[in-house]
Ligand binder design. Structure first.
Ligand code: SF4
Ligand code: SF4
Length: 445
């Protein structure tokens, strides 16, 4: 069904996957969680609980309309704050704070969902609160609806986990192999997609073998396949996955559905299956907590809304002061300055790093072209970088700034240590402002 296609660019950062043999362990319930109601792409949810309410694990606390994913309590206890706050990320968002009673009691109203049609299946996925758990945070139910006039031919499961340090998806594949494979089968059948593949990098042979054996055991070989992919960052970029598995290229500004593909992260599909088995919506997250400053690096299941500080402390704390704390991987993660940041649905790692945390100063571009060769999307990073620094929106458009997925391969390859990805990120803001300025209605017209 599937054969491997060559993809452009890519780099080979040190893998640092020292936690790959660390089984997932749960932490003790925290004293409180602060759950932002904007943990997804789309409109923030509105709170549906009030201060003083008692909630259980799985109780609905935020709901919405349009593009959104509902949000549920991750601990049992009492709601102590409902309001709008500026989060440590700088974003303003509605927040629900819950003081835990330490019991982690499940909501008695939770029931195993059932469906008979594709639409009912998608409605169930919406109720689960699922979003892209690989970091995208796009509401899963919304992604499952093929745009009008389009059909999904392929379900592609992104199990590449190409970011250095992170091993939570790897553990998911090893510890929940059956749930992953059944989740893929359920989604493919319910969404009427004839063929599915699970793309796994060759640095995870145990996961490739386990998944293949399970597919065979279940008798699913006629519609699910494992695609063994060479280890190269960013093999897990959505457009890169599609090209590797199908040879198709998503057009600039287009969607995977434009080339007949639905792409889901491997932990997302596993948690969708878990929801259909238990009825428990998304309330916890497995994180890789690692870096040279972490006392006990490993993979930990934590309630959503726990602070970075409490999560790290619950694992044994820090062994030394980090110079940098990153939420996510070192290539695409976000450096935070406030360790009270809550863990969100799409977070998959906390890295606390001292070693190599300070980058060398950048020097002028020497036109070596390494960034161009590294780019998986065939862009010209040095030219976008120059246009962004010159605030030149016309050139930013010409060099397709909005097509960049900010994977960081260009910056990694640059011998002049130019902060190309950060510059491109700013360039996108400049481009968006210019488009907004040019398209705003003229007063009095
Ligand atoms: S960050 Fe953007 S420009 Fe740089 S390599 Fe990745 S996709 Fe290409
Ligand atoms: S890799 Fe760095 S130095 Fe080389 S062309 Fe790109 S931006 Fe310039």
């Amino acid at each position: 069904m599937f054969s491997l296609h060559k993809t452009l660019g890519g780099v080979h950062p040190p893998q640092c996957k020292d936690t790959r043999d660390c089984p997932v362990t749960s932490i003790d319930p925290p004293k409180q969680v602060r759950i932002p109601l904007n943990m997804h792409i789309g409109a923030p949810c509105k709170p549906v609980v009030a201060e003083g309410d008692h909630v259980y694990v799985g109780t609905l606390i935020g709901d919405g309309e349009g593009l959104y994913a509902p949000i549920h309590a991750s601990v049992s206890g009492t709601v102590t704050f409902v309001g709008t706050e500026t989060l440590p990320t700088g974003q303003t968002a509605p927040v629900v704070e819950i003081a835990s009673d330490g019991k982690m009691e499940h909501d008695p109203a939770i029931a195993v969902p059932s469906y008979t049609t594709k639409e009912e299946f998608i409605d169930c996925v919406r109720a689960s609160g699922m979003v892209g758990l690989g970091g995208a945070s796009f509401p899963t139910w919304f992604k499952m609806r093929a745009p009008k006039g389009k059909e999904f031919e392929y379900l592609l499961i992104n199990a590449m986990e190409c970011e250095p340090f992170i091993t939570s998806d790897f553990r998911q594949m090893l510890e929940h192999t059956e749930r992953v494979v059944e989740g893929v089968a359920r989604c493919a059948r319910a969404l009427e997609i004839p063929a599915a593949c699970i793309g796994v990098e060759n640095n995870k042979p145990e996961a490739q073998d386990a998944l293949e054996a399970m597919i065979k055991e279940k008798g699913y070989e006629d519609f699910i396949e494992v695609l063994r992919v060479p280890t190269k960052y960013p093999a897990g970029g959505e457009k890169v996955v599609i090209e590797a598995a199908t040879g198709r290229q998503v057009p600039a500004g287009g969607l995977p559905a434009d080339v007949g593909c639905l792409v889901m992260n491997v932990t997302t599909v596993s948690m969708v299956e878990e929801f259909f088995r238990s009825g428990m919506p998304l309330v916890s997250k497995v994180l890789t907590i690692a870096g040279d400053c972490v006392a006990n690096p490993g993979n930990y299941e934590v309630p959503i809304g726990i602070s970075v500080h409490d999560a790290v402390e619950a694992t044994g704390g820090l062994s030394k002061d980090p110079r940098k704390i990153i939420m996510g991987g070192p290539m695409m993660g976000r450096t935070i300055s406030d360790i009270d940041c809550p863990i969100l649905k799409a977070n998959n790692a906390i890295l606390c790093i001292e070693d190599k945390a300070i980058l060398p100063d950048e020097t002028p571009c020497i036109r070596c072209g390494r960034c161009v060769r590294a780019c998986p999307l065939g862009l010209m990073p040095f030219a976008i970088d120059a246009a962004a620094r010159a605030h030149d929106a016309v050139k930013l458009d010409e060099f397709a700034v909005m097509n960049c997925m900010e994977c960081g391969s260009c910056a990694f390859a640059c011998p002049a240590h130019r902060r190309i990805t950060a510059s491109i990120h700013e360039g996108k803001g400049i481009y968006r402002s210019e488009v907004a300025r040019l398209t705003q209605p003229v007063k009095g017209a």
